[in-house]
Design a binder for this molecule. Structure first.
Ligand code: GP0
Length: 851
């Protein structure tokens, strides 16, 4: 019918453009055309950057055709769409990913060669799209990849920050933040949709209106400041499918509506300046991870983004279904990535009641069937609370609606639990002192499902922060969707050689396993195959060489790829416990020095005590997080001392890789032997880098926290090095620290003594770090887990092998390499495709479209 007509009409244009990426001649022709026209340059004056832009434009053109076709198809099929609202999308680079998902990497490589370029050099020209802080933003990026790859109809909505997460420089061992103006050159991967403009209002006042038809009083909001939301669209290609979804990011722009009184008062420049400030709403990403600073501009960002997105969603719905609001929940599912978009609940209620004239209850039942909320943390300082005053000033009508939502909710609680005044006080969306709106509570009340991001975490939210809501709504409202990662970027793109070896062993030349990651299980049959283990190890060694080269380039430190690469890269946080890791490194160094001073030789130390290793750190600290910055400083100072110690040589190296980001992670993950996921039990909601490392054949040292628990279940206890106190003991231990004092074990005391004796520079610099443990209750249980951590290292170093071995000899690594294969074979569960299927089935009630 309509679809077939469309298909037959479209065949011509779509095939010709798609053929661009399938034919080298066509690619080269388009490439040259873009150099000469889009870039206005000549082939004689075309450097790698211009080549990147021309190649990207060429591939982008092909992508746009798929994207337009997908949108048309989805509109005609008129199924339910999923909207993923996330304030962060940490996409990284787009070009390599597009080549892989479009399966045109080989052609492009050859074409570029013929044109005189090298693909890797060209790819390296692309700046990371770093519109996120860490795990939460990268999860959103993996999810949009899976939505497209698994043929769902799903859009992302976010903000197009002009400045992404800052660039981290390390100067004299300190973190210095530099602005990341990533749009310096035009971005070929975005389609600017300047014609899509949505007005968003702030401030103003609420007034009442008498409706002569119904005889009722209606509330209306008259905004005082208007800003335009203008769309930028990022096509999201799926792997091995034409399905290409849209990621729509909003830009704030001034309106052309002038305040004539000001202009006439001769205040022209001031008025223009005020207008110009509109753009500041989307100028910068807040650089906090697991922390909310409560700034007014941040709340403005949230409402700006939510209002524009909902307007867009509602407009799309009305175009096809007019005002048949009962159908809205059959057409629309909206996922709230953390509480940042919670105002969407209020905004939809406002649209339905104030603008569309629905009754409160009818509207509210639509709202709650549409929304679902994902919680990412139990840490108190990360839970959003907005002062009532601020909300009332910025969004006066929304505050009223929040009060009404709370009123009806509490009435319902009172009905179910008559007389339980304390319960009512505890679940109220409004906190009384200081008067504020608890966004997580609002999100729960406004959603039909609430999920955590790993089993342990989903259980924890039910028994701690959201306990009372389980009582009120029942346990069925709360569910778990364990996080995942996309195997396209985190295996195929980051580790092409391993991906190829796996494809060969699985007899899967088309790499179908990348969308059926459970197939990895078949690798188990090769764990005793000598040749296979040799190849496996050779690939890891090669990846370690690449990582060593990156380290050399960025820090000028030489690390030997034949030593154990012991990696901890992630945001710097006390709860993630980089301090535990660096204290253990210091202990190791001091112990080695002591042994040397007693006449024990390096060879004996390697044999009987410590294997040679490089401790590799990386990660950003929030600019205002003093303790995290102190940890970075300590790591760098320790590195300076140890790396310069001639006696130590290869036995121990400590490096801090500056400016950890997605494209660096793509080199670091495949190059690690061992990675650290050592958060205090119960604090890391899931972790997703643990999955990236394990999928690339690295082993894990970790606490019983987040998704480590399920990784252990999948890959087997014997293939992971777990240590530390369990989540259930944490509260008691903290209590003990406060009331009986902190007991610093002798081993850790030795470390503190060395720091205080200024072995690593002025002791003042690190005082707060030691004090927080010794005198302020050691909240993150460093003292309780320190010796358990040392013990876990002894165990794993025995497995890695004590005889040093040379670079290519795998003899002593036999057991280690087998564990690596076992792990990868059982990581299938952690594909983000599996997550998206679970969300689709249990939360969104949508099915993939047949392509
Ligand atoms: C959680 F609350 N996460 C937050 C936040 O503000 N930022 C953020 O990145 C992370 C969790 O810490 C996580 O455990 C989790 O895997 C991730 O959200 C995605 O769910 C580790 O990155």
């Amino acid at each position: 019918s309509q679809l077939t007509i469309l298909d037959s009409k479209r065949k011509q244009p779509s095939d010709t453009v798609k053929s661009v990426v399938d034919s080298k001649e066509k690619f080269e022709e388009e490439f040259v055309k873009h150099v000469e026209t889009s870039l206005g340059r000549s082939m004689y004056n075309c450097d790698d950057l211009a080549a990147y832009q021309a190649a990207s434009n060429t591939i982008r053109d092909a992508l746009i055709i798929d994207w337009a076709n997908t949108q048309q198809k989805q509109t005609i099929q008129d199924g339910k769409r999923v909207y993923y609202l996330s304030l962060e999308f940490l996409m990284g680079r787009a070009m390599d990913n597009a080549l892989i998902n479009l399966k045109c990497e080989n052609n492009t490589r050859q074409s570029l060669n013929e044109l005189g370029f090298n693909l890797e050099d060209v790819l390296n020209q692309e700046p990371d799209a770093a519109l996120g802080n860490g795990g939460l933003g990268r999860l959103a990026a993996c999810f949009v990849d899976s939505l497209s790859s698994k043929n769902y109809s799903g859009w992302g909505y976010g903000l197009n920050y002009q400045y992404g997460i800052f660039e981290q420089k390390i100067i004299d061992g300190y973190q210095i933040e530099a602005p990341d103006y990533w749009l310096k050159y035009s971005n070929p991967w975005v389609l600017d949709r300047n014609e899509i403009q949505i007005p968003v209002d702030f401030y103003g006042y609420v007034y009442e209106e008498h409706d002569p038809n119904t005889g009722k009083v209606k509330k209306n909001w008259n905004g005082g400041e208007r800003v335009l939301a203008v769309a930028s669209d990022f096509p999201i290609p799926g792997y091995n499918t034409d399905n290409t979804n849209n990621l729509r990011l909003w830009n704030a722009k001034p309106t052309n509506e002038f305040d004539f009184t000001k202009f006439n008062a001769g205040d022209y420049q001031q008025s223009v300046a005020a207008q110009q400030r509109a753009e500041s709403i989307t100028s910068v990403l807040y650089p906090n991870d697991n922390f909310e600073s409560g700034k007014e501009l941040r709340l403005k960002q949230q409402y700006f983004w939510v209002a524009a997105s909902l307007h867009d969603i509602v407009r799309r719905f009305k175009k096809q279904h007019k005002q048949n609001w009962k159908k809205f929940p059959d057409q629309v599912a909206i996922q709230l990535n953390d509480t940042h978009p919670t105002l969407a609940v209020v905004e939809l209620q406002r649209i339905l009641v104030d603008l569309e004239g629905l009754e409160w209850n009818e509207a509210w039942s639509i709202v709650t069937s549409v929304f679902a909320y994902t919680n990412h943390t139990v840490m108190a300082e990360a839970l959003e609370k907005w002062p009532v005053d601020l909300v009332g000033r910025l969004l006066p009508r929304h505050l009223e609606i929040i009060y009404d939502i709370n009123f009806f909710f509490l009435k319902e609680v009172e009905r179910k639990f008559p007389g339980d005044r304390d319960l009512i006080r505890r679940v109220s969306i409004i906190d009384e002192s200081p008067k504020s709106v608890k966004m997580a509570f609002l999100a729960i009340v406004g959603s039909h499902k609430v999920n955590g991001v790993a089993e342990l975490h989903s259980e924890l939210i039910k028994t701690t922060i959201f306990k009372d809501f389980v009582k009120v709504f029942g346990a069925e409202k709360f569910t778990n969707v364990t996080n995942g990662i996309t195997p396209r970027r985190w295996l195929r793109q980051a580790n092409p050689k391993l991906a190829a070896l796996i494809a060969e062993k699985l007899n899967d030349p088309e790499y179908d396993y990348l969308t059926n990651l459970g197939k990895l299980k078949q690798l188990e049959q090769f764990v005793d195959d000598e040749d296979f283990l040799k190849q496996w190890h050779a690939i890891k060694f090669d990846n370690k060489r690449k990582l060593a080269a990156l380290v050399k380039e960025l820090t000028d430190i030489d690390i030997d790829p034949s030593v154990l690469f012991d990696v901890q890269v992630k945001r710097i946080h006390e709860y993630k416990r980089q301090q535990l890791n660096i204290f253990a490194v210091i202990y190791r160094y001091l112990h080695i020095k002591e042994l040397l001073s007693k006449g024990v030789t390096i060879e004996e130390i390697k044999k009987n005590y410590y294997i040679p290793k490089a401790s590799i750190f990386g990660g950003k600290a929030a600019p205002g997080y003093y303790m995290a910055k102190t940890i970075i400083h300590l790591i760098n100072k320790v590195g300076e001392v140890i790396n310069a110690d001639k006696e130590i040589g290869n036995l121990l190296k400590v490096v801090f890789i500056p400016d950890y980001n997605v494209s660096k992670a793509e080199i670091i993950c495949p190059g690690s032997d061992l990675s650290n996921h050592i958060s205090t039990a119960g604090t890391e909601a899931s972790g997703t880098s643990n999955m990236k490392f394990a999928l690339n054949g690295g082993l894990i040292i970790g606490t019983v926290d987040g998704a480590n628990v399920e990784i252990t279940r999948e890959i087997g206890e014997e293939n992971i090095f777990l240590f530390g106190n369990l989540a259930e003991s944490v509260e008691e231990l903290r209590h003990k620290h406060v009331f009986e004092g902190v007991n610093v074990p002798e081993t850790l005391q030795v470390v503190f003594n060395a720091i205080e004796k200024e072995v690593f520079g002025p002791a003042d610099e690190f005082k707060s770090l030691i004090d927080s443990i010794r005198y302020h209750g050691d909240y993150y249980l460093v003292t309780d887990d320190f010796e358990l951590f040392l013990d876990a290292h002894k165990k794993l170093e025995k497995v890695y092998g004590h005889d040093g071995g040379d670079a290519t000899d795998r003899g002593h690594l036999q057991e280690w390499v087998k564990k690596s294969v076992w792990s990868v074979a059982n990581m299938g569960f952690f594909s983000s495709d599996r997550c998206i299927d679970e969300y689709a089935e249990n939360i969104w009630n949508v099915e993939p479209s047949n392509q």
